[in-house]
Design a protein around this ligand. Structure first.
Ligand code: GLP
Length: 266
């Protein structure tokens, strides 16, 4: 696992978007694993800018999202489908039929999870997965205690997660208490993983994931044994780390993606 510490949220977002852009150029029909939450929004904004200003092409890209709340229809402003449409998909040239998000209103949620796993497998698996991290160390909605080999499943959300997400709901009784989520086993099969974290609120979860032994109590710590994972975090999120980490991207060896993207012909 690599760790890169960025000076700001903006820098973190640019760095993550650079990796995305580079991988899309290398493989235009790439299979992306996408995340919701506030953290990846800056990365998505930068990808939209690269699309608008440099013609970064999403026409062959296929996406699978990590999770969705049980009970929220796609039209609900707090559903993750709505979030992805507003924060990314509606602003780029991706084909909607290539974007996959678990249905929180499926009648048979277990069947929905199984079918999502099959879709990922038949697409050839996830090439590049972006993750956020919960303040309790969760990834997607895999809460502390989740087995490391679990597949896509239904979860009861931890109280701390419900509280973290309460800010998005006007009416507290609307806050979902269950979700569908990719399993840690599914996530670990992604060929490359980028975990993003910003702010003091994530500092303890990051320190426990990176510098402490792997434990079920901190789901993100499982990433220590993933062969191709980078944590891209800002200084606040890095503030409880004891070791030294690169402050820049010099060890990523990223060729300049911008020169390879054709300027958009207006
Ligand atoms: C939710 C999502 C996670 C996300 C986390 C952090 O719990 N299911 O995938 O990583 O929120 O969100 P934020 O980036 O807003 O802190």
């Amino acid at each position: 696992m690599k760790v890169i510490v960025c000076s700001s949220y903006e820098e973190l977002s640019k760095k993550a978007a650079e990796i995305f852009a580079q991988r899309i150029l290398q493989k235009p029909n790439i299979i992306l694993g996408l995340a919701t939450g506030g953290t990846p929004v800056g990365t998505y904004k930068e990808l939209i800018r690269l699309h608008n200003e440099h013609g970064l092409d999403f026409s062959q890209v296929v996406t699978f999202n990590l999770d969705e709340y049980v009970g929220l229809a796609p039209s609900h402003p707090q559903s993750y489908r709505y979030f992805m449409d507003k924060n990314l998909f509606d602003a780029i040239n991706i084909k909607k039929e290539n974007t996959h998000i678990l249905s929180g209103t499926a009648e048979d949620v277990e069947a929905e999870c199984a079918s999502f796993e099959e879709k990922i497998a038949s697409a050839g698996g996830i090439d590049l997965q972006v993750l956020g991290i919960g303040s309790n160390g969760h990834i997607a909605f895999n809460e502390p205690g989740t087995s490391r080999d679990c597949r896509t499943h239904v979860v009861n959300l931890a109280e701390s997660t419900i509280q973290d997400n309460a800010r998005f709901f006007d009416d507290p009784s609307e806050i979902p208490r269950q979700a569908l989520t990719l399993g840690i086993g599914t996530i670990m099969e992604a060929r490359e993983i980028i975990l993003l974290a910003s702010g003091q609120g994530k500092a303890q979860a990051i320190a426990r994931s990176v510098e402490r032994p792997i434990t079920l109590a901190v789901p993100a710590s499982a990433l220590q044994v993933h062969p191709n994972t980078v944590f891209i975090i800002d200084q606040d999120a890095a503030s409880q780390l004891k070791r030294e980490y690169p402050q820049h991207s010099q060890d990523l060896e990223m060729p300049s993606y911008a020169t390879k993207i054709q300027p958009k012909v207006l």
